[in-house]
Design a protein around this ligand. Structure first.
Ligand SMILES: Nc1ncnc2c1ncn2[C@@H]1O[C@H](COP(=O)(O)OP(=O)(O)OP(=O)(O)O)[C@@H](O)[C@H]1O
Ligand SMILES: [Mg+2]
Length: 235
């Protein structure tokens, strides 16, 4: 479904990542793990069309998307849950959610239906729909970011460190939610610093170090890999 071929990105002279090849099959849950500064967000941004790659290509269902703008890519049902919850704090929760639907050109009726679906998934957002998004707690803002992404009815979601800053209980709820979305048929490409939880849930994983993929394999195999244990799981 998603194929990344020989992808590289430079910010002027600084190499963010180099010669990345990866595949996410339809219905798969793939995770990318890597330390701070490894290039994970840069890679996600390049797939989502926020950055133009220096070399290489990205294909979504066989269609090249690396020459497209991010607003065109989200209409192809590739969703992006950005790092750091980029909500609009001075708009209401409802307005923030609706923007997810407007961004992909849905009409009023479709947006109303999607909103009901998202409210069913997140009753807490429904209760507080008229409040300003900036008044939500960190965990609730993360819910809002996910809800906004779902408004666009994505087939595949790029999810960048959604557990950042959440308490252990909230992290476990977040993974339950991702698991539920995955069971509903959504393909996931998840970037996570919570290495153990993401390897436990994913089908396949890539390890990114200093902008290069140094290891890949079945997530369950990587969970038992000594190098992964030493570098990311505390020995
Ligand atoms: N817009 C930018 N301009 C210049 N350099 C950037 C830009 N964005 C990221 N970088 C640099 O690219 C490298 C990779 O950063 P990136 O944000 O992709 O890493 P990351 O793996 O997502 O890290 P983290 O786990 O901290 O989120 C870093 O050295 C960073 O400083
Ligand atoms: Mg990042």
């Amino acid at each position: 479904m998603l194929t990344v071929k020989n992808l590289s990105l430079f910010y002027d002279d600084l190499r963010a990542f180099h010669d990345i090849n990866l595949v996410v099959q339809k219905g798969q849950w793939v995770t990318i793990i890597g330390a701070n500064g490894a290039g994970k967000t840069s890679l996600v941004h390049t797939i989502a069309g926020i950055h133009r790659p220096t070399t290489g290509q990205v294909f979504l269902n066989g269609l090249e998307i690396s020459n497209k703008e991010s607003h065109q890519i989200c209409r192809l049902r590739l969703g992006h849950i950005p790092e750091g919850r980029q909500i609009f704090p001075s708009l209401t929760i409802k307005d923030n959610l609706e923007m997810g639907g407007f961004a992909v050109g849905f009409g009023r009726k479709k947006i109303k239906d999607k909103l009901e679906e998202v409210y069913n998934q997140f009753p807490r957002l429904k209760e507080r729909q008229k409040q300003l998004a900036g008044s939500l707690s960190g965990g609730e803002q993360q819910m809002l970011t996910i809800g906004r992404c779902l408004m666009a009815e994505p087939e595949i979601i790029l999810c960048d460190e959604p557990s950042l800053g959440l308490s252990p209980l909230r992290v476990s709820e977040l993974f339950q939610l991702l698991q539920k979305l995955h069971k509903q048929g959504i393909t996931l490409l998840l970037v996570e610093q919570n290495v153990e939880a993401s390897l436990r849930h994913a089908d396949y994983a890539y390890v990114l170090e200093q902008g290069e993929i140094v290891l890949e394999g079945k997530a369950s195999d990587l969970l038992g890999n000594n190098a992964v244990k030493a570098a990311y799981l505390g020995g």
